[in-house]
Every structure is written in structure tokens, then in C-alpha cells.
Design a protein around this ligand. Structure first.
Ligand SMILES: O=C(O)c1ccccc1N[C@@H]1O[C@H](COP(=O)(O)O)[C@@H](O)[C@H]1O
Length: 598
């Protein structure tokens, strides 16, 4: 899906109109759209967390650019002058380098660019860009530049953007003059441009009504509707509030320990003999898994809503521990529902939650696992809704939970994208993550969904095999239905009764899969495959011995699939695995199942 940038914004109302775009641009170069650092810092407060904020410069010095990046939360810098390679390479955030295209000669120049992204534009008139002129797109035919780096600009507008995308297949389209009337941005044209460029895409649907295609929604009892609506409004407000965003990022860095490295796995690369393998190290987060990224965001939101009591469910215990941790940190009352089976499998995490001051409630209904724990947590929320926030642990539940959890987990993919470009100068070829409800995977995938060159693979648990009834392979074996407040793919019988899921990994044995994943499967953007208990255990041993990292059972599913995928890949390709958590919590299972290991 092509990304969209709206450039040259100067007014809050136009930032509002640009919601749904993937990036907005502030022009610091001489132009009728030029704004000061102070104005940009103020406007940036109104831009959603997940939207890129791009600063446009023309022949500015490194000091000027660094000063601006220090004062405005820019996620990228766009150089629209004659900047030398040394400057392009010295800037600490991803760089877009602009090239004016008049001839094939100009196209040759851009092929040598050292920048992360290449922007192609018509030659400027009064200023270096923003002229509203179109260049001959056919000049780009045969250009030696990866489509994942290409940004198309120059005279785009709502009427021509579809044709432009069709002819040039860029990573992103960038517009300025084409969404203006009499030299000023026009909210209607901005929205029309986004709609045309996205072709009525998923992002638009979800941000507006809580659906991902046909999946998602708010299928909750009337007693919860008020709380769900209140949450929807509170999150919509919070995600645009710079104070909230800064506080969240402050705790991510000072408490969780982000950013986490993207580690080159040298021995695994050699052993598999295929692509270069990189590991996104969510195992290094405080509490040992990605779950804390979301628990932290939701706890801050709960306090903003004046709620000081938290209820949560947990499967493997990692989300329970993350929730108990943030509750201790912020002095919030905490109740965690956990299936009796999972309590047996994850005793260490149960004790950790208790030590942190949480009350752990054992759930003995149904299969006594994650699905039943979610049921009980929802029931508890219904009766305590006035003063309690339900801190759901995966990209599940009624809207806005799937969107909110995805946004809090997107830090995984955002960091990975920056880091792989810094290491390798380009995007990865393949990215893998394990899927239960799907929160680490959606956080990793979301920033890459628009990069069509990046293959995304979600790995669910096939337990004792797809031919048995003991699996958690929702994508492979599920059908559509409603579970825990949302329409999604799930394991159910012909009468619509939800089936028990099985996996050796307590974090993956959920019978549904988040609505955004259900949608991404339908449109074919993400491939979903499955790995058995036995294959995951083999991967635990290989990975521990080759990389000195004992992975969580959940992450081992992604690692096992990565070994298979690597066989189809070439040595000059790049593969990233999301190591969603570390294996301490699984030691009892490893000791039992890997007994006799030599
Ligand atoms: O928009 C400006 O005023 C501007 C000034 C100086 C350098 C770049 C500028 N904008 C960039 O120009 C292109 C094309 O814009 P248009 O749609 O043709 O008006 C785009 O990349 C803007 O980011």
C-alpha cells in the first residue's frame, strides 16, 4: 500500500485534515510555506504518534538540521537542495534526498544517492520545491532504485495520484500545491488526496469506525458500551497530546530500557547458509518481553482517565507480569485473571505477579487457559467499570483495543525499520513474528505494511499437528465469528462454540487472532504459517546454542519458521526475526521436555 505525505502544513486544522496520511512535512527552507522551529514544535503536538514528521531543508548546515531535530520531534529529514553525501550520511535520522527529474541523466544521479529514501520531483521554479509541476514519469522506467526507497512528488493532486501510483509504484507519494486553494492548504482536497492515494484502504476504515475491512467492531454487552466509548474518546485525545506521547516515550527509555538492539545473528546466518539474519531484541525489555510496551501505554491512559484500578488477563504470564509491574510503578490496584492450567505451567510468573503486589485469580472454567481468563476479566470489568480499566494484553477485544495495542507495540517495527536502514542501507526482505492474539507481530509488521517489497510472515502454533485437534492454528483452520468483543477468525465448531486451542506455548494457545491480522490475511499482505510444539523446542536448542539467547517458547515458533524460510532465500537478502521474549519463564517446560539433552 503506497504511503502518503502531505507537505507544507502551517495550520492545526490542516494537520487534523491530514489524519489518515502516513507522514506530514514541515518546510524550514525558503518558501511561502516556510515555518519557524517554534511553530513546527507547536504544530507537531497535534500530529498522531504513528505519523512520520518530516522536516524539509534546502542547503542547510548539519548544525541547523541538528538544532531543528533537537527541538522538533522529526522522524525524518528531507533534503531538497544540493547537499553533499557527507551531510546525507551524517544526519542521525533517516534521510530523504530530493532529485529534480528533467532527463535520463538526472535519473542516473539519483541511483548513486546514499540516502535512505529518494524523492523525485519536477524542477523548482521560485523555490527549490513545491512548484506544483509534474515531470515525465516515464523517465523513471528502468531506474536502478528499489521501489521501497522511492518517493514520488511534483504536481500531484487528487485527480492524478492514482495514475501516478499505477505508473511508478512508489513507496510514498508527496503532495503540497495539489492540496491547496489560492495558495493555502484545503482540508477537503487533503482528504480527497488521501482517499484517492489509498484507494479506500484499511487504515481509513479502522481509524474512522473501528473495523479492519469486515473485522473488528464493538460487539459488547450494553453495560460495557459506555466504558468502551469513553476509552475510544480518551485514546483518540491522548494519542494527539504531546504530553502523553512524551511521557510514554520517557518511560519506554528510562524504565523499559528502549531502544532495543537489532542484533546481527552471525552464527545463525552461517549455520542456515542463506540470508543475513537480524534479531529484534524484545527479550531485553524490562520484565523480559514486548508486553510491557503496551502495559505501560495503557496504564498511563488509565490514569489520564482517572482510573486507578486495573484488571487484566494473562496466558504465559508475561502480560500479567508487565501489568503488575506498571501497577506497582504507578501505585495502581491490580487483579490478574489466569487459567488454572497456565498457573501450573507458569508458576514463576505467578509468583512474580504476587511479589509485585497483584492479586492473581485462578480461572477454572472451560479449558482453564487464556480464552477463559479473557472471559473472566471481561466479566470483572462489566461489574467494576466505573473505576477500573481493562488492560488487555493483545491486539484483541472491541475497538479501540486492537488499534491502541498496535500503536503501543509499533515501537518494535519503527525501531527495526530505522535500525536495519542504518545497518544495511535498505529495508529487509523478510520479517517474521509469532502470533497468538498477535500483538508483537502487529507491532512489528505495521510500520512495514506499506513497504510492498518486505515479505511479512506471521507464525502461529500448530501444537501437535494440524491433522490433530490439538493446535492453535486459527489462520489455517479458523472460520469467521465474534470472540471477546470483535469479529475475527477463530477456532469454532459448526454450532459456533469456541474450540479449545492447544500449544506448548501458553502465550500462543488462543483460539482467535486479532482483527487486523484477520484482515491482512484476507488481502494477502501477510502470510500466515504454523510451527509445531516439537519444531519450536528444536529451535529453542539451536538458537540458545548458536546465539547465546534462550528464547521464549512463543518466539521459538518464529525462529523455527525462519530456518525454513531462510532456505528459500539468497545470501544477499536480509531476514529479521522478532524475538518477542526471553525463555526464563519456560525453564520448567524446557527441563521437562528437553530432558536428556546432551
Ligand atoms: O513545499 C514547499 O514549499 C517546498 C519548498 C522547498 C523545497 C521543497 C518543498 N516542497 C516539496 O516539493 C515537492 C513537490 O511539491 P508540489 O506538490 O509539486 O507542490 C514535495 O516533495 C514537497 O515536499
Amino acid at each position: 500500500m503506497t504511503r502518503v505525505k502531505i507537505c507544507g502544513l502551517k495550520e492545526v486544522q490542516h494537520i487534523e485534515a491530514a489524519k489518515g496520511a502516513d507522514a506530514i512535512g514541515f518546510v524550514f527552507a525558503p518558501s511561502k510555506r516556510q515555518i519557524s522551529i517554534e511553530q513546527a514544535a507547536e504544530l507537531a503536538k497535534h500530529v498522531p504518534i504513528s505519523t512520520d514528521k518530516i522536516g524539509v531543508f534546502v542547503n542547510a548546515s548539519l548544525e541547523e538540521i541538528e538544532e531543528t531535530v533537537g527541538k522538533v520531534p522529526l522522524t525524518m529529514v528531507q533534503l531538497h537542495g544540493d547537499e553533499p553525501d557527507e551531510l546525507v550520511q551524517a544526519i542521525g535520522v533517516p534521510v530523504i534526498q530530493a532529485f529534480s527529474i528533467r532527463s535520463k541523466e538526472d535519473v542516473k544521479k539519483l541511483e548513486r544517492s546514499k540516502a535512505d529514501y529518494i524523492l523525485v520531483d519536477a524542477p523548482g521554479t521560485d523555490y527549490r520545491g513545491g512548484s506544483g509541476k509534474v515531470f515525465d514519469w516515464s523517465l523513471l522506467e528502468g531506474a536502478q532504485v528499489d521501489a521501497s526507497r522511492l518517493i514520488l512528488a511534483g504536481g500531484l493532486n487528487p485527480a492524478n495520484v492514482r495514475a501516478a501510483i499505477g505508473q511508478t509504484n512508489p513507496h510514498m507519494v508527496d503532495v503540497s500545491s495539489g492540496v491547496e486553494t489560492d495558495g493555502r492548504k484545503d482540508a477537503v482536497k487533503i482528504q480527497e488526496f488521501i482517499k484517492q492515494a489509498k484507494g479506500g484502504s484499511m487504515q481509513q476504515a479502522v481509524e474512522k469506525i473501528g473495523f479492519f475491512g469486515k473485522y473488528g467492531g464493538q460487539f459488547v454487552p450494553e453495560t460495557l458500551m459506555k466504558a468502551v466509548k469513553e476509552l475510544e474518546e480518551a485514546y483518540a485525545e491522548a494519542k494527539q497530546d504531546p504530553e502523553f506521547i512524551n511521557e510514554y516515550h520517557h518511560y519506554l527509555s528510562e524504565y523499559v530500557g528502549r531502544e532495543q538492539p537489532l542484533t546481527y545473528a552471525k552464527r545463525l546466518t552461517e549455520a542456515w547458509g542463506g540470508p543475513k539474519v537480524y534479531l529484534k531484541r524484545e527479550d531485553l525489555n524490562h520484565t523480559g518481553a514486548h508486553k510491557i510496551n503496551n502495559a505501560l501505554g495503557q496504564a498511563l491512559l488509565a490514569m489520564r482517565m482517572g482510573k486507578r484500578k486495573i484488571v487484566a488477563e494473562t496466558g504465559a504470564g508475561q502480560h500479567g507480569v508487565a501489568t503488575a509491574t506498571v501497577c506497582a510503578l504507578f501505585d495502581l490496584e491490580c487483579v490478574i485473571f489466569m487459567g488454572e492450567e497456565d498457573i501450573k505451567r507458569q508458576q514463576l510468573n505467578v509468583f512474580r505477579m504476587k511479589l509485585l503486589g497483584a492479586r492473581v485469580e485462578s480461572v477454572t472454567k472451560g479449558s482453564s487457559t487464556l480464552k477463559d481468563a479473557v472471559n473472566e476479566a471481561l466479566r470483572y470489568w462489566v461489574t467494576n467499570v466505573e473505576d477500573t480499566h481493562y488492560l488487555i494484553g493483545s491486539a484483541l477485544g472491541p475497538h479501540p483495543f486492537p488499534t491502541m495495542v498496535r500503536d503501543f507495540q509499533s515501537v518494535i517495527g519503527e525501531e527495526t525499520k530505522r535500525q536495519i536502514v542504518a545497518h544495511e542501507g535498505r529495508l529487509p526482505d523478510t520479517v517474521l513474528a509469532c502470533i497468538g492474539g498477535g500483538s508483537n507481530a502487529i507491532g512489528m509488521f505495521y510500520p512495514f505494511v506499506g513497504d510492498e517489497s518486505v515479505r511479512l510472515i506471521g507464525v502461529e502454533a500448530s501444537g501437535e499437528g494440524l491433522h490433530t485437534e490439538k493446535h492453535a492454528a486459527t489462520m489455517a483452520k479458523g472460520t469467521e465469528g465474534v470472540l471477546h468483543g470483535a469479529f475475527m477468525k477463530l477456532l469454532q465448531d459448526e454450532a459456533g462454540q469456541v474450540l479449545e486451542a492447544h500449544s506448548i506455548s501458553a502465550g500462543l494457545d488462543y483460539p482467535g487472532v486479532g482483527p487486523e491480522h484477520s484482515y491482512l490475511a484476507d488481502i494477502g499482505r501477510v502470510e500466515y504459517v504454523s510451527i509445531t510444539d516439537a519444531e519450536a523446542l528444536d529451535a529453542v536448542v539451536t538458537f540458545s546454542r548458536l546465539e547465546g539467547i534462550i528464547p521464549a517458547l512463543e518466539s521459538a515458533h518464529a525462529i523455527a519458521q525462519a530456518e525454513k524460510t531462510a532456505k528459500e532465500m539468497k545470501p544477499d537478502e536480509l531476514l529479521v526475526i522478532c524475538v518477542s521474549g526471553r525463555g526464563d519463564k519456560d525453564m520448567a517446560t524446557y527441563a521437562e521436555r528437553l530432558e536428556g539433552l546432551s
